[in-house]
Design a protein around this ligand. Structure first.
Ligand SMILES: Nc1ncnc2c1ncn2[C@@H]1O[C@H](COP(=O)(O)OP(=O)(O)OP(=O)(O)O)[C@@H](O)[C@H]1O
Ligand SMILES: [Mg+2]
Length: 270
């Protein structure tokens, strides 16, 4: 039912790694998960185990008006994924222009996914402003902004808090309950990283949903094409991402139980 949209005003902060880790952690927590890749880098499929030679996807093929259901892929990680699909700059610009004219090409499939009461949809977005983010965020129950524990990310906090990075308005008026922050690559061996993390935590209070430590296991998981929870289940970053998933679930409604037909009165739904 809910859409969790992972975004950041800053590139390279770990959005895609966190989407893959969260999708996996939510699945392990017993949820049905669909992941959407709205980033032309088309990298989420690699984190979830699709072959690098498999360039199929949905948004990259928008000019052909594909059936999104036919583009869904069951990944080896056991998560249903709507990959972006392989594209080049011209193709990415054409798809973005098409989405701007017809936002329902993305909003429609997301609406259909969200109609299933048992499903959580997790979306990866391109860095910074994008047409995809502007379409996804109004449908999102939660927007998780990923930042690093460093000075550059800390400097972006006003953009996040004002809601500017999501387009318009203020956090209070538009995005108050929906916008949470996760810190990634917190380096426990770095005084600067710890100081930045503590500063952000003190500033954001409960709007900081969690923090993920810096650990080579995250990069190794991608090299092995697995989410961190599958690659290194006992590792600190896997535990951090599981904690982050649990924190996000506390902000979401409990899963709806699928209606069951009574064996005696099959037309009745319980
Ligand atoms: N917690 C972490 N510890 C160590 N390395 C990490 C961690 N999180 C991400 N990385 C590494 O940082 C790099 C960027 O991660 P990722 O691609 O997930 O970021 P992104 O925000 O999706 O990037 P982009 O803005 O380009 O989409 C990758 O090499 C990834 O393996
Ligand atoms: Mg990414």
């Amino acid at each position: 039912m809910p859409l969790l949209c992972v975004a950041s005003p800053k590139g390279g902060v770990g959005k895609t790694s966190i989407v893959a880790g969260l999708a996996d952690a939510l699945k392990r927590a017993g949820r049905t998960v669909v992941a959407i890749d709205s980033d032309p880098q088309n990298a989420l499929r690699l984190h979830l185990g699709l072959p690098i030679t498999d360039g199929a996807g949905y948004l990259a093929r928008l000019p052909d008006r594909p059936d999104w259901r036919a583009c869904l892929r069951r990944t080896p990680a056991g998560i249903d994924l709507l990959p972006h699909g392989e594209t080049d700059m011209r193709g990415a610009l054409a798809s973005a222009a098409m989405l701007e004219r017809e936002p329902d090409l993305l909003a429609g499939p997301v609406r259909a996914m969200l109609a299933d009461p048992a499903t959580i949809v997790v979306a990866d977005t391109p860095p910074g402003a994008s047409v995809a983010l502007s379409i996804l965020q109004p449908q999102a129950a939660l927007v998780l902004a990923v930042l690093l524990a460093d000075a550059a990310s800390t400097a972006l906090l006003p953009d996040i808090e004002s809601g500017r990075f999501l387009g318009q308005g203020t956090l209070g008026t538009l995005n108050g309950p929906k916008l949470l922050v996760a810190l990634n690559q917190v380096d426990r061996g770095s005084r600067l990283s710890i100081a930045a993390a503590e500063g952000v935590a003190a500033h954001l209070g409960p709007r900081l949903a969690g923090a993920v430590c810096r650990d080579d296991a995250v990069a190794e998981a991608l090299a092995c094409q697995q989410p961190i929870g599958a690659h290194a289940p006992g590792s600190q970053p896997a535990r951090d991402i599981a904690d982050l998933a649990a924190a996000l679930l506390r902000h979401l409604p409990p899963p709806a139980v699928a209606p069951v037909a009574s064996p005696l009165f099959p037309w009745m739904r319980q």
